[in-house]
Design a protein around this ligand. Structure first.
Ligand code: MLT
Length: 324
């Protein structure tokens, strides 16, 4: 009978009833990661979901649905049954930048989701292949300007974090490289380590270990303060570059998911972010753990609205600069 009711709720596209919400979850939950495996979104999803699944008493299965700068997987999550069994790890690109860059975006980040909570802040670094001739950011900028479209800038598809922060960086320094698309910055980083692409602007959690291992170069972190995970990497502020940007990752359920289910997911996320092992793993990778007030569904809803408003004019200008 219960299975019939769940099926009916899914069929009608309505939220699960309070009785069903009380039992939730009774089966594994799918967390869509809208990028390739091994990249920053995947890393954060796997770290956070491990403890969340312990709290919820059910497995959380990460499913990588890459394509179109993360918008394919996020659109799939937006259209899933609002029963708590499909959630998505979105980020500043899919839920902040994409509306500026996709005139026909298949979802509205602010109205098509039930926000669950912010999982981590992810500062942005300007990184390059280790064989790159530049020794520091100034030399890199001179090189990029001279190289023009002979320079290769890897990115994870239009609207991704690496795309939006990349076109902003390129317009800030006044250069137009050839943009090389990937299904995520995981595979892009592999190509950078093997020297096939020149540079990218990427989230810290993806690049920390390759920087520490000397497999790629880090010219700057786009923050006012250095990161404790990479204390030797200077900030763009120190280096006098007006380019400060940080990304974030957050969990969303489809719109219509019952508040009781969202509360259970949000509580599991909160507990995961308080777990010593989860905190340690995120901190080692340079992830910034949100404070309690920043983890709530209401705080995430406001963040999405603020980010869409903030990024839209900046990215429209940067995208126009690319086309000139
Ligand atoms: C990824 O997981 O590959 C990224 O978050 C890509 C990006 O947005 O740059």
């Amino acid at each position: 009978m219960k299975r019939y009711l769940i099926g009916l709720a899914a069929l009608l596209g309505v939220a699960a009833s309070p009785a069903l919400a009380q039992d939730y979850p009774t089966k594994p939950i799918t967390m869509i990661v809208p990028f390739a495996a091994g990249g920053p979104t995947d890393i954060i999803a796997r770290i956070v979901s491990e403890h969340m699944s312990r709290v919820l008493g059910q497995q959380i299965i990460v499913e990588n649905v890459a394509g179109a700068g993360g918008t394919t997987g996020v659109a799939r999550a937006a259209g899933a049954a609002p029963d708590g069994y499909t959630i998505v790890m979105g980020h500043m690109g899919t839920h902040g930048a994409a509306p500026a860059l996709y005139p026909n975006l298949k979802y509205n980040p602010a109205t098509d989701f039930a926000p669950v909570g912010l999982a981590a802040g992810t500062p942005i670094l300007i990184v390059a292949r280790k064989t790159h001739p530049a020794k520091d950011l100034k030399e890199f900028i001179d090189w990029a300007k001279k190289a023009g479209d002979k320079a290769n800038n890897a990115f994870a598809g239009v609207g991704s974090v690496s795309h939006s922060t990349g076109i902003l960086f390129n317009s800030t320094i006044g250069t137009k490289p050839t943009m090389i698309p990937y299904t995520g910055t995981g595979p892009a980083l592999n190509d950078m380590v093997s020297g096939q692409v020149d540079y990218m602007t990427d989230q810290i959690v993806n690049v920390v270990s390759q920087i520490q291992g000397g497999n790629i170069k880090a010219f700057a972190i786009a923050l006012p303060e250095r990161s404790p995970a990479l204390p030797d990497v200077p900030t763009t502020k120190e280096l006098g570059l007006d380019y400060q940007v940080s990304a974030w990752n957050a969990i969303f359920a489809p719109k219509g998911t019952s508040p009781a289910i969202v509360a259970k997911l949000s509580d599991a996320l909160d507990k995961a972010l308080d777990d010593a092992n989860t905190k340690k793993r995120l901190a080692e990778l340079g992830g910034v753990i949100p404070d309690k007030a920043g983890r709530t569904p209401a705080a995430l809803q406001k963040l999405v609205e603020d980010e869409v408003a903030r990024w839209t004019p900046i990215l429209k200008a940067a995208a126009a600069n690319e086309k000139k």
